[in-house]
Ligand binder design. Structure first.
Ligand code: PLP
Length: 367
């Protein structure tokens, strides 16, 4: 977590531990802080404060925006095949339409166009893919959706976008947007759904009617305040960090590509700088991650949520990456704490691990 986000949340774990829905002085203080966090997030997104709905995570925000919208307004749900499961499983649950992606994992506009008509009630397209870092042209997506699915609510999963894309530019293109604090230096277990005034949805968490009846549950005041601070810092540093991390990305990519049999899964030109995804021939991700972990390099093969099970990722499958390459998938991600020394050490560790795995397999083949 960002140190400033930790500092921001501390008073709410201690002296201002009140429930903001109460009426006493500490409750009012907590309420004021939630309102200030809402105002701050709204100013960073460029939306109205009333359009910010605090949730428990990015997954919940996506669920509310897709399942909640379809339950309230009806219609067919649509999303591309490379979405995070927080979106994909909602659309599958609603028996919606899953559309093809291109070889980089970005939605195919032709396939999206073909899936749209008047019956579509919800379209969800992620702004940045969590596995490959590929960036969606949301302006083109918005254009196609507005033209060919006039009844659809357009949602974007911006969980991976907040670090790299100015949310003020994204927001006018969509009707709703999911963010999650732990992707930009805030705590885990808190997120927001930004939803345009007038776009109604069936709440998926029912209870005390907090968040103007859109999301019940006692506010996670500490988390909300810390999320707002983390987003403020992320927004303030974005331009500088994007350049700094792009330089680290170039160094990391060059070093990885110097290892024989390594290929970059998507070109740097279509991806955010913070994610470097490569596929390595003659190496199983499982063994590679084991050796990396031993050397304290924390990486993943697919999305972190799926990395317990070494099935080829649904994203790589949707992109048409064959088993011979997807078996050796490696995702390295960088953020505000990453340094050049981290990159150099990672390169040494990965190079050494790949060599060890390949010579062990060669020995086994000879035996
Ligand atoms: N969407 C994307 C693109 C993500 O990367 C993630 C988390 O990895 C989520 C949704 C889910 O967010 P959360 O972990 O806050 O539920």
């Amino acid at each position: 977590m960002r140190a400033s986000a930790i500092a921001a949340m501390m008073p709410f774990l201690d002296v201002v531990y009140a429930n903001p829905s109460g009426s006493h002085r500490f409750a009012r203080l907590a309420r004021k802080s939630v309102d200030e966090a809402r105002d701050l997030i709204a100013s960073i997104v460029g939306c109205k404060p009333g359009e910010v709905v605090f949730t428990g995570c990015g997954t919940e925000s996506d669920n509310a925006a897709i399942v909640g919208v379809v339950r309230r307004r009806g219609g067919v749900a649509v999303c591309p095949a490379a979405e995070h499961h927080a979106v994909l499983h909602c659309v599958e649950h609603l028996e919606g339409r899953v559309v093809d992606v291109d070889e980089n994992g970005a939605v195919s506009l032709a396939a999206l166009r073909a899936a749209l008509d008047d019956s579509v009630g919800s379209v969800s397209v992620m702004a940045v893919n969590n596995e490959t870092g590929v960036v969606t042209d949301m302006s083109a997506v918005s254009d196609v959706v507005r033209r060919h699915a006039p009844n659809a609510v357009l949602h974007t999963d911006a969980v991976q976008a907040a670090c790299w894309i100015d949310l003020r530019e994204l927001w006018p293109l969509v009707d709703s947007m999911a963010i999650s604090a732990h992707k930009f230096g805030g705590p885990k277990g808190v997120g927001a759904l930004i939803v345009r005034e007038g776009v109604t949805f069936e709440p998926i968490v029912l209870g005390g009617g907090q968040e103007r009846d859109r999301r019940s549950g006692t506010h996670n005041v500490a988390g909300i305040v810390a999320m707002a601070e983390a987003l403020r810092a992320t927004d303030a540093e974005r331009a500088h960090e994007t350049v700094r991390i792009a330089m680290l990305r170039d160094r990391l990519t060059a070093g990885l590509l110097a290892i024989p049999g390594v290929r970059r899964t998507v070109p740097d030109s279509v991806s955010v700088p913070g994610v470097v995804h490569v596929c390595i021939s003659d190496v199983e991700s499982e063994s590679l991650l084991y050796l990396l972990d031993e050397a304290e390099v924390c990486a993943s093969a697919a999305s972190a949520c799926a990395s317990g099970a070494m099935e080829p990722s649904h994203v790589l499958r949707a992109m048409g990456v064959g088993r011979e390459w997807s078996a050796g998938a490696l995702r390295l991600s960088m953020g505000h704490t990453t340094t050049e020394a981290d990159v150099d050490r990672t390169l040494r560790v990965v190079t050494d691990a790949v060599e060890r795995i390949r010579s062990a397999s060669a020995r086994l083949r000879r035996a």
